[in-house]
Write a new protein. Structure first.
Length: 442
């Protein structure tokens, strides 16, 4: 089983072997290569100590990435290559990183400390694949399984619980039974992990091909970091538009959304407020009046807690706020939305509404989906023809108004906005002469 490795990685291995040491590419690059994918990074493990590695490559740019953990980064052709000494880890008092490490001479000992079998393989062009823990077998079977004792692996580094979910979702794999049980038993350890690290894994998880099944099968684990999902589980909606409970509808709509972080976060949270907004009419039909605002507020709180950046929070919560808004297939209506939230957000809103409606009763939503397609056609025409829908598109500006005698101040902004409204409503043309003449009468 041969793997094509970059010339730079081959060069590193050759130098280390020439000096009497073992060297292998290791981890994710081996896994991805066996899956037929192009690895983003190539890491090397070696029996050479860090100071020896630095000596052998002294003429190159070396970054002392983590000498205490045996890692240096070698820059070759503007690409980073991490080179790490074989090691075993000491005690993990913070459930994240070892307090210390011990360098060893055997590759198997180094691979035994890694998280999952599919990440615990190494490759050397001369000797082939080193696979002491059946990583190749698990890769072929589509299984995420811990190396050795699962409890030990998760108690060492609780972020591995999220990584298991992420790999399973991204690769479309299932999680081994013992590993899954251990994730459930140790889920509270996730509270010891920095929010930013949790969010990073969550992002990779929700854009995976297998997100729906993974979140469905491991809901209690994800609820440890987002307990707000718990009321959604099994909450029946009791109306003709919905055949799924709130949580299953959420997972289906999430799966239907394009693989974009903002869109998928929006779908994960868009109906979170429904259980607290539920009412029934006399005929026992369920209603969720006001749930977009409640979901918006809940999502904002969660995203802040997970330390998401302000731009992401703003985009996600705005989409949630408007996800249930009624749209119309008319240019005037579309321009009003463009004026309100801009082209990028409006296009995202169309995707959110598609994902939402595709997860409802199809016999009732088919016409809505067709309308969304029509809206997109009209939207493209508006953009391609550069039709006016905002102040920046208007054929006049504040200076033009001053030139015809409008006093500087707030009134200029008021008049410009009135002109935009009139152009959008097709009451006047976006023509400078027409606009200035109209402005005189405002």
């Amino acid at each position: 089983m041969n793997i094509k490795i970059p010339d730079e990685a081959q060069y590193i291995i050759n130098i280390l072997e020439t000096n009497g040491h073992e060297a292998y590419v290791v981890g994710g690059c081996v896994r991805d290569s066996l899956l037929g994918e192009q690895p983003k990074d190539w890491d090397i493990c070696t029996s050479a100590l860090p100071e020896q590695t630095m000596k052998y490559f002294a003429e190159h740019h070396i970054i002392e990435t983590g000498l205490q953990h045996g890692t240096v980064t070698l820059m070759l052709n503007h690409r980073p290559f991490e080179i790490t000494t074989y090691r075993i880890d000491g005690v993990y008092t913070d459930n994240r990183r070892p307090d210390n490490v011990k360098f060893v001479s055997e590759l198997k000992e180094d691979l035994a400390r890694r998280d999952f079998t599919i990440n615990a393989m190494a490759y050397n062009p001369r000797t082939g694949i080193a696979d002491f823990f059946d990583g190749v077998k698990d890769l072929k079977s589509g299984i995420i399984k811990c190396v050795g004792n699962a409890d030990s692996r998760f108690q060492e580094d609780a972020l591995r619980i999220m990584r298991a979910l992420r790999f399973a979702s991204a690769l479309g794999f299932s999680i081994d039974g013992d590993t899954s049980k251990s994730m459930l038993d140790n889920k509270k350890l996730l509270n010891n992990i920095a929010a930013e690290r949790i969010a990073n894994e969550l992002n990779k998880l929700i854009v995976g091909n297998g997100v729906k099944s993974i979140l469905s099968e491991h809901t209690p684990v994800i609820a440890e970091i987002i307990p707000e999902i718990l009321p959604m589980i099994g909450f029946e909606q009791n109306n003709k538009w919905h055949y799924l409970d709130v949580w299953r509808h959420t997972l289906t709509s999430l799966d239907n959304a394009p693989k974009d972080i903002v869109l998928r976060l929006a779908m994960l949270f868009h109906d979170m407020g429904k259980p607290s907004c539920y009412t029934e009419s006399d005929d026992k039909t369920g209603h969720f009046y006001g749930h977009p605002q409640v979901s918006h507020d809940m999502a904002r709180k969660i995203l802040l807690r997970l330390k998401y950046d302000n731009d992401t929070i703003r985009a996600v919560t705005q989409l949630i706020l408007y996800h249930d808004a009624e749209l119309q297939s008319q240019k005037k209506f579309i321009k009003r939305w463009l004026n309100k939230i801009g082209e990028e957000r409006f296009r995202q809103l169309l995707e959110v509404k598609r994902a939402d409606n595709k997860s409802q009763t199809m016999s009732l939503t088919q016409k809505i989906l067709e309308m969304l397609d029509n809206i997109e056609v009209l939207l493209n025409e508006i953009i391609e023809q550069r039709q006016c829908f905002s102040l920046k598109d208007l054929a006049v500006n504040g200076r033009d108004l001053i030139d015809i005698g409008v006093a500087e101040g707030n009134k200029i902004g008021v008049i410009l906005n009135q002109l935009v409204d009139m152009v959008i409503d097709e009451k006047i043309e976006n023509d400078k002469t027409v606009l200035l003449e109209t402005a005189k009468g405002l």
